[in-house]
Design a protein around this ligand. Structure first.
Ligand SMILES: *Cc1c(COP(=O)(O)O)cnc(C)c1O
Length: 385
């Protein structure tokens, strides 16, 4: 058995990264400042988007985006239930109604044809999720949204570096990225709203800093105009320079990180081809570059003779960490008991919610670590036969 615990995710920092954070601390300017401005520029250049606004989290980005779109009571927002809870929570908190559509059973992405039957005259927004590092099939989703005049905001939390048909996720439309520690690049906590709509970005910029008519940091002023006044009530979601300097350094290594993730994912794939109880996600059929945010497998619970939670527990006993991305939102307590969602509504989402787990995958892992995971998986399966 493996001697030390292998976590399912671990951020990667160099001594130079630590030094760079120290330099910001010593500089005397630690909140939103020149590094945040540079980080926005560099992330915009990397994805190819017209403009980018850094914030404290992707959730904060979604909050200001929903506010900018005036989502409120009587409105419906379409999103998958197979995603992190943040979007659905914010829809509910805005007084609007989340409308969950089922996902593809093997890619976990929402599809345009299912979306189309969920659209009503109350639909004010569609939020597709790029799952696990692969892109959603944007072309038909974009044409559906454009045809019905419905805005689209892509949840790109898993998609830093992902490409769809030769274009980076973020290059077009509006996308929200996350820099939470488990994501492909991290700022501790952080997020970025990318958009090709300058007027929308201006509102995001304003709403993320008190609704003042200025940014948290003005390059010309080297600070913030003390005379600035509130244009509309806003929030306090600006990213600090302590975080932004890390983001700049992580971004410079993102392609290298994703290359390592891809190599490890291919090793998993090869090894699990001979393990029928373990079913990896399928690559989408359209042209793309996968960022391998997560290596997700579904446990064939009948063949394995145990449920997924037991399986995760058995892996942990063998010093292998794993994650669960995600428990279907509509089956969680509040959504069941208060909003009345029931099992049976979203068959593919539910099937996966009962079977998925994320195996360790991070740039600092070695091929030997992958071997340890595969060995542990096989041992757990053998122990029950
Ligand atoms: C991580 C994540 C988020 C939220 O990101 P934060 O930066 O933690 O707010 C949103 N959606 C998905 C799919 C995520 O995985």
């Amino acid at each position: 058995m493996r001697k030390d615990f292998l976590p399912f995710s671990k951020p990667e920092f160099s001594e130079a990264d630590i030094q760079a954070v120290g330099d910001v601390l010593r500089s005397g300017w630690i909140t939103t400042g020149p590094h945040a401005a540079k980080f926005e520029e560099e992330f915009g250049a990397y994805t190819g988007c017209k403009g980018a606004v850094a914030l404290v989290s992707a959730t904060a980005g979604m909050h200001v985006a929903l506010t900018a779109l005036k989502i409120g009571p009587g409105d419906e927002v379409i999103t998958p239930a197979m995603t992190w809870v943040s979007t659905a929570n914010l829809i509910v908190l805005a007084g609007a109604t989340p409308v969950f559509v089922d996902v593809d059973r093997d890619t976990l992405m929402i599809l345009a044809d299912r979306l189309s039957s969920a659209v009503t005259e109350k639909t004010k927004l569609i939020v597709p999720v790029h799952y696990a590092g692969a892109p959603a099939d944007l072309a038909p989703i974009r044409s559906l949204a454009a045809g019905r005049g419905i805005p689209l905001i892509e949840d790109a939390a898993h998609a830093a570096g992902t490409e769809y048909r030769g274009e980076k996720v973020g290059a077009r439309g509006t996308s929200i990225f996350s820099f939470h520690p488990i994501k492909n690049m991290t700022t501790g906590e952080g997020g970025m709203v990318c958009s090709d709509d300058p007027a929308f970005l201006d509102r995001i910029r304003r709403l993320k800093f008190h609704g003042l008519g200025v940014d948290a940091f003005d390059r010309q002023m080297q600070g913030r105009s003390p005379q600035a006044e509130v244009i509309e009530p806003g929030y306090k979601y600006n990213l600090t320079d302590i975080a932004a300097v890390l983001g700049r350094r992580q971004l410079a290594r993102l392609d290298e990180f994703n290359r390592r993730r891809t190599e490890l994912a291919m090793l998993y794939r090869e090894a699990f081809a001979a393990v029928p109880e373990v079913i990896p996600l399928r690559d989408p059929p359209y042209p793309h570059r996968h960022a391998w945010h997560l290596f997700i497998v579904r446990l064939d619970v009948d063949r394995a003779g145990m449920d997924r939670d037991t399986f995760m527990g058995e892996l942990k006993k063998r010093n292998i960490g794993s994650g669960l991305h995600f428990r279907a939102i509509h089956l969680q307590k509040y959504f069941r008991e208060t909003l009345g969602f029931k099992r049976g509504l979203l068959p593919n989402t539910e099937w996966n919610s009962d079977r998925i787990l994320s195996l360790p995958l991070f740039p600092g892992m070695t091929p030997e670590d992958v071997g340890d995971v595969v060995t542990a998986v096989k041992e757990v399966l053998a122990s029950r036969k």
